[in-house]
Ligand binder design. Structure first.
Ligand SMILES: Nc1ncnc2c1ncn2[C@@H]1O[C@H](COP(=O)(O)OP(=O)(O)O)[C@@H](O)[C@H]1O
Ligand SMILES: [Mg+2]
Length: 511
């Protein structure tokens, strides 16, 4: 099929067939004056039949007015005298700009907008705009309208990248200046025999609550009455399950074991209803393994029920025996939130094994109950080495308590090296994904940098940026705003309190 070439548009405008009906002014047909014709609405030629099916598709079934394309204007008559041109008459006197004004506008955007407002806490400066970055997750969460859907914060970065210095200033010291803000820290890093937050805690006017494996320090009761007050029997159940799982080398409780635990708890609560003393883990032990008599269990099922209870009992007993004085007995009296800063110093507990995640898990649940009694505060809860909390069995606690903890004004801050340790299908991964504020410090391994880029939807080239960040520099993202690269800036006394150089000089490695 052959197509006739479409008639040039200029004809259409200047009097093609579509305009035959419109009366032209008299000068419309005078060659020199035609340029004064006002640009009229051009009606595209009505294409018929095989004339141009494709063009007809584009135009649509009904012809409608279109703008006059500039190239179809008649324009002025070109000056084309070779003699004048040779003498330079037509050439511009000045060399033109290399681009047009319209194109150049984009190069001069004037001011690059500040990525955040001025509310919350000063974090540092934006590397691109040199403006101040100010952000505080709970403040943004409580703003109306809400700027975030979760007040939780994630801080990742390799050893020595500046996470702890940042956390101490931006998550602890500075927010404490705000009204009704306080902080609770699980201080994991040993620095000369005590936690790295010890000096800071003393500056704030209180002593860290020290946990010692030899049992001379602070004690946390797995069965603390505040736990059930805050989260109910269900919360107490969850905690025992999580701790039993931690104590049994990450072996999850079976359905039978859960049932046996619930039964034991009910018996214990009935017994301790009216007593003055709080129930302890030791009190729970004899009930684990008791078989309900009112459920018509067969002999075999009773035996299985009994064994399931015993299995949890032995797991917990191991924990109590290994850390007698840490989890055995009532919670120490000095465990309270009476100060703006409460530091649980867990730096002396062994790195591996169940003690650290267990203290974090009990602490998390205890806080729910404690804050239940005292509303109106915003509490930043900092988990240094937060992997212990969201990389293992305790993550389920955090996940189940998300809603409650938000309503109690808790902002969980998880500080850890990298995210690749958290299995993608675990409750911990959900917690990570739900954190709406992310500070990513240097990542040494490409797979860790890529994990951060993919998980938080950073720009693709941020993967390379993450691997080249200097200490104190990080990629920051909140909500669905684009990420910014920020430099954390500390005052002199903040440097003094946060630096871990003393430990490094003493041969310790910062973590
Ligand atoms: N904002 C900063 N500017 C310059 N140096 C910093 C900054 N933050 C941290 N550093 C340096 O990095 C060192 C390690 O910081 P630290 O917070 O302990 O890292 P991490 O907790 O990631 O291991 C600090 O002792 C300090 O010398
Ligand atoms: Mg650290």
């Amino acid at each position: 099929m052959t197509h006739k070439p479409a008639p040039p548009r200029v004809e259409t405008v200047a009097g093609g067939r579509a305009h035959a009906a419109v009366k032209k002014p008299w000068y419309g047909s005078v060659p020199g004056l035609r340029i004064f014709l006002s640009p009229t609405e051009a009606i595209p030629p009505v294409l018929t039949g095989e004339e141009d099916e494709a063009a007809a598709d584009q135009v649509g079934p009904t012809a409608r007015p279109v703008d006059v394309p500039p190239f179809s204007r008649p324009g002025s008559v070109l000056r084309a005298s070779p003699g004048a041109a040779a003498r330079g008459w037509y050439a511009p006197k000045l060399a033109g700009a290399p681009t047009t004004t319209r194109q150049a506008e984009i190069l001069n955007t004037g001011i690059i907008g500040a990525p955040t407002g001025i509310e919350g806490v000063v974090n540092g400066t934006d590397n691109l705009s040199s403006t101040m970055i100010s952000h505080d997750a709970p403040t943004a969460y409580n703003a109306s309208p809400r700027k975030l859907t979760s007040p939780n914060v994630l801080i990742i970065g390799t050893v020595g990248s500046g996470k702890s210095s940042f956390t101490k200033t931006v998550m602890v010291m500075r927010p404490l200046l705000l009204k009704n803000h306080r902080a609770v820290v699980f201080d994991k890093k040993d620095e000369g025999g005590e936690g790295e937050y010890a000096a800071l805690t003393r500056r704030m006017g209180t002593e860290p609550l020290r946990f010692d494996p030899d049992g001379t320090g602070t004690r946390f009761n797995l069965m603390d009455p505040l736990i059930a007050q805050g989260t109910g029997l269900q919360g107490q159940m969850l905690l025992i399950n999580a701790v039993a799982r931690i104590a049994r080398d990450d072996t999850a409780a079976t359905e039978w074991e859960e049932k046996a635990t619930r039964h034991a708890l009910q018996l214990l609560f009935d017994k301790f209803q009216d007593t003055r003393r709080a129930a302890t883990t030791t009190d729970l032990m004899p009930y684990l393994g008791m078989v309900p008599t009112d459920q018509g269990l067969s002999g075999e099922a009773s035996e299985r029920f009994h064994q399931a209870g015993l299995s949890i009992r032995f797991g917990l007993q191991n924990l109590l025996e290994t850390y007698a004085g840490v989890f055995d007995g009532e919670t120490s009296r000095h465990v309270d939130l009476s100060h703006k800063l409460t530091t649980f110093d867990i730096s002396q507990l062994p790195d591996s094994g169940p003690a650290i995640p267990t203290v974090m898990a009990i602490g998390n649940m205890w806080l729910m109950g404690r804050l239940h009694q005292e509303r109106g505060f915003i509490t930043n809860v900092i988990y240094e080495e937060g992997w212990h909390m969201i990389g293992g069995p305790s993550a389920q606690l955090v996940k189940s308590n998300q809603k409650l903890s938000r309503s109690l004004g808790i902002s969980n801050v998880f500080v850890m090296h990298k995210g690749t340790d958290i299995p993608a299908d675990s409750p911990g991964y959900t917690v990570v994904q739900e954190a709406q504020t992310v500070y990513a410090f240097r990542q040494d391994r490409p797979e860790d940098a890529r994990w951060a880029q993919e998980t938080f939807n950073f720009a693709p080239d941020t993967t390379a940026t993450l691997m080249g960040l200097n200490p104190g520099n990080c990629v920051f993202k909140y909500g669905s705003n684009p990420e910014t690269h920020i430099r954390h800036i500390r005052s002199d006394w903040e440097i003094e309190v946060t630096n871990t150089d003393s430990a490094m000089a003493a041969g310790d490695t910062p973590t």
